[in-house]
Design a protein around this ligand. Structure first.
Ligand SMILES: Nc1ncnc2c1ncn2[C@@H]1O[C@H](COP(=O)(O)OP(=O)(O)O)[C@@H](O)[C@H]1O
Ligand SMILES: [Mg+2]
Length: 363
């Protein structure tokens, strides 16, 4: 999977940009606030259909303009791909694949697979379970569209169940009507839980490998999928979860929301037997987050037969030179986009970015 070129019009601080990339490593050098992350963001947008930064689409259009454009030419194993995003502050965005407009984001996801890493990905290790669920969801969705649609189905069902809990006057009414939601929720939860468990099992050996590679073999990592349904992942999953939903009904009714389900899932991460979230040093947490991302790279290759593109935003400044060198070796197997503030000893196509303008320094 390779990105050949990118065109931007009125995207963030880029009024107009046209650039061709190298199939290997691309390095963007520039001072702070010049547009390095913005450039990665525009590529990411074409892969996932949303930004890793803003929630609002309007934010990514240039302050002074009403319309923006991202156009990206990519190459997969057996086909070429043109992805275009037409953004507007006045109406809904339009996404086109090979000149054909898509109806749902699900159609875009998986066309170009991407793994993105920046210092803020530390939250993957350190912050709330939501971050780890997002990690699983973005990854699995990229190679499994069914899963992507399953997630939105689950969210709808959950929101309906919660509405019923919150808006009903008395519990008897809830008891009479909730069964239809419970049946739907256990079915979808089961599928999601099994996919997530499979994913964790799949990235586990790669995470171990990446961790020991990055840390020079000193640290041993373990991942553990924790299912928020509080039931075993076996053939009795649906039955057991349904029982638990019924058992918790009075509590859920008082609270006004559903307390068990895959919306409560998490991943426990241990380093040398100790939980990283609470006890790991900042450096260890950073390496763990990076190992998870590199494991993503390998597991996507396993699933699709192609490496996803890798984006490393501002990560080099925070790694010691040994880890930098190791990471670069890893990056060598796929097309990589790296941003940093000063010239590093990275071989690749080097670009300089200044105030939303790009200049090729070395081919
Ligand atoms: N919608 C927008 N229109 C114009 N400029 C923007 C917009 N959004 C962000 N910027 C500008 O982009 C710059 C930050 O770019 P960024 O890519 O994060 O910098 P860096 O090179 O440090 O990664 C800031 O100067 C900010 O004002
Ligand atoms: Mg930046």
């Amino acid at each position: 999977m390779k990105i050949k070129s990118l065109v931007l019009t009125n995207f963030r601080n880029y009024k107009s940009l046209k650039v061709d990339f190298s199939d290997k490593i691309n390095v963007f050098i520039g001072k702070n606030a010049q547009g390095k992350t913005n450039l990665l963001e525009s590529i990411f947008y074409c892969c996932i259909g949303k930004s890793f930064k803003s929630i609002k689409d309007k934010d990514i259009i240039n302050f002074d303009e009403n319309e923006g454009y991202i156009g990206l030419l990519a190459e997969r194993k057996y086909r070429e791909l043109k992805i275009e995003v037409k953004l507007s502050k006045l109406h809904k965005k339009n996404i086109l694949i090979n000149a054909l407009p898509i109806k749902k984001i699900g159609e875009l996801i998986g066309e170009i697979n991407v793994v993105f890493f920046s210092p803020s990905e530390l939250k993957l290790v350190r912050e709330s379970p939501e971050e780890r669920r997002k990690f699983m969801d973005i990854d699995i969705s990229q190679t499994n569209k069914r899963y992507f649609y399953l997630l939105s189905r689950y969210e709808k069902i959950l929101s309906n169940r919660n509405k019923l809990l919150k808006n009903s006057e008395n519990i008897d009414f809830v008891k009479e009507t909730i069964d239809i939601w419970d049946r739907a929720i256990v079915q979808t939860a089961k599928k999601i839980a099994f996919e997530r468990k499979k994913f964790i099992d799949e990235i586990m050996p790669y995470t171990e490998k990446a961790q020991s590679y990055l840390s020079g073999g000193k640290e041993e990592i373990k991942l553990n999928y924790v299912c928020g349904c509080n039931v075993k992942l076996d053939e009795k999953f649906e039955e057991n979860m349904d029982k638990l939903l019924k058992k918790n009904l009075e509590k859920d009714f008082k609270l006004g929301y559903t307390t068990i389900g895959v919306h409560r899932d998490d991943i426990d991460i241990f380093l040398n037997g100790v939980e990283v979230k609470s006890f790991g040093s900042q450096g260890q947490q950073r390496t763990v987050a990076l190992s998870l991302k590199l494991a993503e790279l390998e597991s996507m290759y396993l699933r699709t037969g192609e490496y996803p593109i890798l984006m490393l935003d501002d990560v080099f400044s925070e790694l010691d030179s040994e880890r930098q060198a190791r990471l670069l070796k890893f990056a060598d197997r796929t097309q990589t986009f790296i941003t940093c503030t000063d010239e590093k000893k990275i071989t690749g196509k080097i670009f300089e970015i200044e105030k939303g303008k790009i200049k090729t320094i070395k081919n």
